[in-house]
Design a protein around this ligand. Structure first.
Ligand SMILES: [Ca+2]
Length: 220
């Protein structure tokens, strides 16, 4: 027993010496500054601010170039910290076109908020919301993923460009190929700290391409 503890201590010292334990600590995160833009086309190296869990660059589909990010579980590009930033987030999302006849929870894409909740579009199907025809939106501060709201944007198979525009906090907009989603002010955030992507148990993996996050200087 004693010998076992000594062995563990020796192992820990060896790891520390090798830098394994030291490197496991999170490096200080670089927060997006005013005037900066992040562009991710998944053709080259990924921005270090991505946190990928069951997600990887794939050449199965692409909106631009030959690759996209395939999300089987979750991916988050964290560009802010404890304050929602008035950014404009744009991304191309692949809708596999799958149709449902009973409750379904498909992929979700949107933004993470400073309060640790998410504001996202999601493919779902409920008896009271025909997710074969429209996309739902959620603010997970409102009852997690149990309260879908209707974007009134029609489902479309293939690639679509989604924009989450917080540049005017009094008129936040979410659009799909330029069409505005129906939102309600109570659950519409004023900004974001990350790009948030999540696969569901239905609707196939989520593919995303050509992500941009712009933090513009305020208009003069
Ligand atoms: Ca690409």
């Amino acid at each position: 027993m004693k010998r076992y503890h000594v062995m563990r201590a020796v192992t820990a010292v060896a790891w520390f010496a090798a830098g394994v334990i030291g490197e496991a600590q999170e490096p200080a995160m670089k927060v997006l500054a005013k005037g900066e833009t992040i562009t991710q086309d998944f053709e080259g190296e990924l921005d270090a601010r991505w946190k990928l869990t069951g997600a990887d660059v794939s050449d199965e589909r692409a909106h631009g170039g030959s690759k996209s990010l395939k999300v089987n579980k979750q991916a988050e590009l964290i560009f802010g910290s404890n304050e929602d930033l008035p950014v404009r987030v744009s991304m191309w999302i692949w809708d596999a076109g799958e149709k449902f006849t009973e409750n379904a929870n498909g992929p979700a894409w949107g933004v993470g908020l400073a309060n640790k909740f998410q504001f996202a579009i999601r493919i779902i199907w409920r008896r009271y919301m025909d997710g074969n025809k429209v996309y739902a939106w959620f603010n997970t501060e409102n009852n997690k993923w149990f309260t879908p709201k209707n974007t009134r944007i029609g489902r479309k198979e293939g690639w679509s460009q989604w924009v989450f525009d917080f540049t005017n906090s009094e008129a936040v907009k979410v659009t799909c190929d330029g069409k505005p989603a129906t939102l309600d002010a109570e659950w519409t955030p004023k900004g974001a700290v990350s790009v948030f992507l999540m696969a569901g148990k239905d609707g196939g993996p989520l593919y995303v391409d050509d992500v941009t996050v712009e933090y513009s200087e305020p208009a003069p």
